[in-house]
Structure formats: C-alpha cells, structure tokens
Design a protein around this ligand. Sequence first.
Ligand code: NAP
Length: 250
Amino acid sequence: MTRSLNGKVAVVTGAGSGIGRAIAIRLAEDTAKVAIWDINAAGAADTAKMVEDAGGTAIAIDADCSDKAAIKAAADRTRAELGPIAILVNNAGIAPFTPFLDIDDDLFDKVIRINLRGPYLLMKEVVPDMLAGGWGRIINITSSSVQTGSPAQGHYVASKGGLMGMTKALALEFAASGITVNMVPPGFIDTPMLRAAPIDADAFAKTLPMKRIGQPEDIAAACAYLASEEASYITGQTISTNGGRYMGSH
Ligand code: NAP
C-alpha cells in the first residue's frame, strides 16, 4: 500500500459493485477522497459506508455515467464536497452477450453510449481540473476481450476497443501536462457481472494459466499503482490483469 494520494480527489464510476467498489476502497486506503458514482444508488451508498467504516472519506452519487447532464451535476457536487478532481477511473460498464446477427441497432448504440461515450464525456469534464492542478491520473477499465476477441460480444469489444484507442490518443495529447492516461483490461474477475454472464466461469477458469478467476482487489491493486506518484512516468500503457490469459503488450 502506497498511501501516497494525500487527500487527492478520485472519481470511480460504477463503484457501487464489483471491480469499481474494490477500486474505491483501495484508493481510499491510499488516502484519496473518493467520489463513488453509480446508477445503482444503493450499491454506491453501501460502498461509501464501507470506505467510511474503514476510516476513509467518500461520497456516493447516484449518476448515469452515460448522461452528459448527470455527469456535469455529479462533477459539480464532487468538487463542492471534496475538491477538484485529480483521479478518474472509468469503470462503469455493461457487458451483454449477443450473437452478432442478433445485435439490434439500439443495443449497439446503448453499449457504445455507456462504455465509450460515457468515458469520453467524463474525461472531457475532469481534464480541465487536472490541467489546472498540473497533475492527473486517468485509468480506463477496458477488457481482456479487446486483446483476445470474444464471441457474441461484438458490441462490447468494439466499445472497449474504442476506449483503448482513446486512452493512447489522450495519453499523447496530455503527456507534457502532468496527466497520465492508462488502461487496465481485466481478465475473468469474480463480480456480479461475471456471475450473470451466460458462461460457466468456474469451468472457464480451469483453462486459464493460473487456473483461477481473479478478484476485484487484483484490478484495484493495478489501479492503485497507476494512480500513485510512483507511476508518474507511465502513460498510454496497459497493465493486463488476467492471470496470464493474454501476454501481449497491449
Ligand atoms: P458490475 O459488478 O456489474 O459493476 C458495474 C457497476 O456499474 C454496477 O453497479 C452497474 O450498475 C454500474 N453501471 C452500469 N451502467 C452504468 C451507468 N450508465 N452509469 C453508472 N453506473 C453504471 O461489473 P464489474 O464486473 O465490476 O465490471 C466493472 C468494469 O470491468 C466494466 O467496465 C466491465 O466491462 C469491466 N470488466 C469486467 C470483467 C469481469 O470479469 N468482471 C472483465 C473484463 C472487464 P447496475 O448493476 O445497476 O447496472
């Protein structure tokens, strides 16, 4: 644990469940003040309580992270209650499984809106805070499925692949400004999303090099490193956290 965040303000989207919850808890342990944004208000409130019970600082905000007005309102509340936003973890997402020929246009648009357009809007909203402070950390949660492909997930993989591209583009654009932009693509991580998927996760786990599913805390640890001062010379990079499922560089 680095404890290096010194009260910096972190926004973690989708932090009312699974991976986002673990990231919020970990960044708070590392002394960030954490804003927990989720469309699941009850889950967000539960995460905030977990952070506070552990001695950290958190606020829960009920926000649809694909909606521009909701993002603006959530950012303004975060600034008013905690301060300027220095760390953003774009984690909220949906991951339907749909055979390609059954993907209807509305579903395609919905996946892109939540998984790609949402992070785009979030980054636009918070980058000015980071530029003003001369310091920022953006961490985009993508997916190992971008690296390997995934059947019946053409919409999902397209959305996460777009986010991967935007990660690199913004990493370059802001490299000289003190803002780093990196990506963590999870492999199979034990969350409500994975357990709701139409796959036998435990059987699949046996095919992985490490023979086990990962835990949300594994993703949180990678995010904690990328958010830390120690990671200040790392941008546009990928920390593939996947039990050895994929070993390419991106
Ligand atoms: P999860 O347990 O379903 O948690 C995701 C959270 O995001 C939920 O609380 C969900 O609320 C919320 N959310 C969904 N749409 C939102 C929106 N428009 N605005 C705000 N919040 C929204 O999923 P997870 O497994 O922790 O996944 C987190 C991220 O990791 C996702 O981006 C996912 O694609 C990625 N990922 C996960 C795995 C894995 O194996 N678990 C693998 C690769 C990538 P509701 O529950 O109400 O929808």
